[in-house]
Design a protein around this ligand. Structure first.
Ligand code: AMP
Ligand code: MG
Length: 271
């Protein structure tokens, strides 16, 4: 099935995003069947060879930003989508509550240090967007501070893009009901209870505020050079399929090439 995932799921730059217009159950006509599974396997295989090419070409880096509310599936996406990727060329950074040292710097300081080097893939589990999300929702900084960050983020991402860092940002969109079910699963399943934190449950009360904060971030910071994709994520299999397709589509659009050999291969005689 030919689906242009990127085109269908992008947050169009310059447009106001209303999340209630995006159905978290959507699957773009795909079903959970054999065809879907083989497409996902194909994407994961392609990703492996594209990563190899990215590393060999040594011209650019890929930065993947994952955002979403608690239980939206950030960890699961990393585990599934990156399962075929060589760990040697890939690094995941999870951004937690900033340390005292991090707070003593501008909000992009810790982010910039984690940007992947040329030839590598970097994945952010949460990111600089927390500084216009949780910070906005909980008034961790005054409005005149966080409201300026949208432009600061755009300028930062533009700088990265101009320095050969390709940026893809995924918002994993789940419904409030789906989050409740996933929390319930964590309570019921002894192997998942470790994931429960009281803060997660408390954050549910701020659902509407987070929705507004996400809408502002997606509307202000989806750009041609660093687009946001809104991934319907109630169905985990669709989330994995869509994210892996968009990564592959993007890497393929770069038309990367293996560098020419540095030696005259025809002259080499193995003894
Ligand atoms: P988790 O991803 O579940 O391990 O949780 C990490 C926590 O760190 C979340 O509650 C985030 O909201 C919080 N966090 C991440 N970045 C920031 C930030 N810049 N300011 C405040 N809290 C943050
Ligand atoms: Mg959490």
């Amino acid at each position: 099935m030919a689906t242009n995932f990127a085109k269908k799921l992008i947050a169009t730059p310059g447009r106001k995003i209303k999340l209630d217009k995006r159905d978290p159950e959507d699957t773009l006509g795909w079903e959970k069947n054999h065809k879907m599974k083989s497409s996902l396997v194909k994407m994961i295989e392609k990703l492996d060879s594209l990563q190899y090419l990215l590393y060999a070409e040594h011209k650019r880096a890929l930065l993947i930003v994952l955002q979403g509310l608690d239980a939206a599936g950030k960890d699961g996406t990393i585990r599934h989508v990156m399962s075929g990727v060589n760990p040697q060329g890939c690094r995941v950074t999870a951004f937690k509550k900033p340390t005292t040292e991090e707070l003593a710097h501008d909000f992009l300081w810790r982010i910039h240090k984690a940007v992947p080097p040329i030839g590598n893939i970097g994945i952010f589990n949460r990111s600089h967007y927390e500084d216009v999300l949780v910070v906005r929702v909980h008034n961790l900084a005054p409005k005149d501070v966080w409201s300026r960050r949208y432009d600061q983020i755009n300028r930062f991402e533009r700088t990265l893009e101009e320095n050969n860092v390709k940026i893809l940002k995924f918002f994993l969109h789940i419904s409030k009901d789906e989050q409740k079910q996933r929390f319930q699963q964590r309570i019921d399943d002894t192997d998942r209870q470790w994931k429960i934190s009281e803060a997660d449950f408390a954050e549910r009360k701020f659902w509407d505020d987070y929705t507004k904060a996400y809408e502002a971030a997606l509307s202000n910071c989806s750009t041609t050079y660093a687009p946001w994709y809104i991934i319907p994520s109630n169905k985990k299999w669709f989330r994995n399929l869509a994210v892996s397709h968009i990564i592959v589509e993007t890497l393929e659009s770069l038309h990367m090439k293996f560098p020419a050999p540095t030696v005259d291969v025809s002259k080499i005689k193995l003894t």
